[in-house]
Design a protein around this ligand. Sequence first.
Ligand SMILES: Cc1ncc(COP(=O)(O)O)c(C=O)c1O
Length: 370
Amino acid sequence: MTEKREYRDDYPNKTLYLPGPTEVREDVIEAMAEPMFGHRMDRMTDLYTTIVEDTKEFLGTDNDVIVLTASGTEFWEATTLNLVDDGGVLCPTSGSFSERQANVAERLGKDVDRIEYEWGAAVKPEDVREALEASDDGYDAVTVVMNETSTGVRNPIEEIGDVVADYPDTYFVVDAISALGGDYVDIEAHGIDAIFTSVQKAFAMPPGLAVCVVSDDAYEREVEKDTSSWYGGFRRCIDYYDRKGQTHSTPAIPLMLAYRQQMKHMLEETHAARDERHREMAEYTREWAREHFDLFAEEGYESRTVTCIENTQGIDVADTIETVSEEYDMVFSNGYGDIGEETFRIGHMGEHTVESIEALTDAIEDVADL
Ligand SMILES: Cc1ncc(COP(=O)(O)O)c(C=O)c1O
């Protein structure tokens, strides 16, 4: 039984090095404190069309963009319901999130074939091709988690997309939740039909919105069928945008105000420069991890937004996290699920810099006596 623990007014500020939520700029937080307005007012159309069009510009895509009041998990359900019918879905699994995505599809009653990898390994394009070739009738969709947040693996979605593109009846669905906005991907060049993220990750916004980029083919595929998603239906969301420039139901308006403010910063920095900054942070963190510990991810497939570190020194991870939080007001993350004890994770995404990551690694060295 969970009991009420009274929320207080005196929490110290902590710098977040989690794999989301991550640090949010002060002016982005402040942008939420506007007097409220109605979601059918012209002002809402101004706000929603601004954030949708700015997102297309930032990501460099002409595909449709949906910004939905939900966490990214909603698009596991919606993309499955919208794109997968009797043909079933091929789900390579290599960590907690890809396993969960496959479980969601199963729960929704779809035929799921998995390609199972050990945690820490990356999904290989040739295995996807083999599975597609071996299937009698083909699949309706292939799903891949771009950045396995649990293991710190960045899957080669570009090459996998090029493989799936050889199967025109198969749609390519990418969970880019802990990568998009920090790790560049050319969505259209690699035939990605639906790619989605949660804004509390590399977009560096307060949590509560999810973004999905939808190809024309995926939109067309979601014909009026009983089993497509209502809330996350591509057609419903996109048609409402095309007709009214608004959302089909009441959105989290303050979060969209924050989105608008942060997207200004993102456009100013550019997608390419954000990608470069994330590569530098990842390289720094990896070097530090190799010096003191080891990396959990398969070599050559390390994530650009979250490093999963194998605790080869046997430090007390929980205690180190606690002490770093108390003494330095910085919070990083333990390992995920089955590898909770053996690993820990540093999120280097969003607005962080090599300097800010260095401040954390210095603190860990100090506390763990490295
Ligand atoms: C790869 C991946 N997929 C899905 C999720 C779930 O996202 P949300 O909690 O925003 O629904 C996460 C969250 O960490 C994630 O990292």
